[in-house]
Design a protein around this ligand. Sequence first.
Ligand code: PLP
Length: 384
Amino acid sequence: MIPYGRQDVRQEDIESVIEVLRSDFLTQGPKVPAFERAVAEKVGATHGIAVNSATSALHIACKALGVASGDILWTTPNTFVASANCALYCGADVDFVDIDARTYNLSVEALRAKLRESADNGRLPKVLVAVHFAGQPCDMEQIRDLSNQYGFRIIEDASHAVGGKYQDEYVGSGNFSDVTIFSFHPVKIVTTAEGGLALTNDESLAQSMRLFRSHGVTRAPEQLQQEPPGPWYYEQVELGFNYRMTDLQAALGLSQLERLDEYVSRRHELADLYDSLLEGFPVTRPYRASQRYSGLHLYPIRIDPSHDRRKVFEGLREREIGVNVHYIPVHTQPWYRARGFGWGDFPAAEEYYREAISLPMYPSMSDQQVEQVVAALEEALALK
Ligand SMILES: *Cc1c(COP(=O)(O)O)cnc(C)c1O
């Protein structure tokens, strides 16, 4: 089976994890802050807050931005459910902005129209979660202009875009948003097993996210509300969580991070090969927008509607090709349907979903495996 995504763990990664196992700290030692600094430096952000998943990072980002009951968070329906759920954890509501038919990212046109309408009825969002689908950055400059005009805050869900660039700067540099989120799940670009990270250039957001990561408990003198009676003293000043990353995970991440650029450039080689081999197939290849360098977490194609997507998908799986579909639109999930959403609400995301198949894409994939996938696709398309 050629999987759709797969981690690349090498001997040096294994050795750095073993080194932690032999050290004094399995968690809350030196590796987590070292990893936070390394990621922040790599992408050009001021602060990095490592956590146990991107889902946790989204949650603490929302908490730090003050998302609460009565607020609304907007995101795209073409994402993993976590990009929307973070608002519900905070007692806020979620709404969606339909996607652009070419990039499959949230459509700036749809966003502009929805903002105009929502300003009239007083239901503007507090936060927009912009998801860089498949690793291709959203149109951040225009989104930031709209945020200045309408006063919402921006979280970039860059789970797919670690190592990607927008206008020649790494995603995560924070030039166009308040917080950027990375995921280090094994199918993503670099891994810590489970793990995530929030990046920001705002000192007070960083402090707040650190508090929410660890029980809302602090020892920092400037955060204490009472006079410390002794050196053992700490205070709980927020209702936080235990979302900490371990030193084992951070050591793996630090070792993986050294190969980030290599990984993303290999993904580009694979995408180029797919692009050329799929020439003339009844499929739409991923569109690459200008001034963006995708992290290329995914290589999603659309199957021409003259073919049965399900048959093609099953034909590929029968041929041991681990294809997947990204994403079932979030608003069609039973949980969201029970809250008033339904099929037909965001037609562009639904149309894309009906035709989408993600082909295998991971850095240790060989050119020959790409050829194997394309040969299997050719057979599966002939099935009708
Ligand atoms: C994977 C993913 C997440 C969640 O990441 P975890 O680290 O598994 O919590 C969130 N958003 C998007 C877009 C993702 O792909």
